[in-house]
Design a protein. Sequence first.
Length: 129
Amino acid sequence: MITVTETKSPNRNKGGRPPKAVKRNKLLGVKCTFVEKRTIEAKARYSGVTVSEYLRNLGLSSKIDMRKIRLPKEILQFTGTLNHLAANLNQIAKKRNQLDELNALERAQLNQLSLSVKQLAVDIKNHLK
């Protein structure tokens, strides 16, 4: 007589997908437009990975250095010119508030400031086009 004795081993393979060492179970929602969604999906497909993997790799490996963001040279020049004009106008306003009359030189400077402000407005309009 043959007896079959079954012993249960503790590491019995049940089949199926093996468990992962690090389980990704946290969800991160991203809002985007329809076109942005299609673009992200296309780039992920082109890279041969899923959208989640594509965004995760992009987010974890890309470096964004906020200190490198600079204003264009023209904007800095506009700002400097505006600060200069504001200081001059402040001096003129102070003198007028003290009831002092403007002499010929100060009137000429005021006219020059007025022209500078008008030219600066034109330059800003042209730069923004």
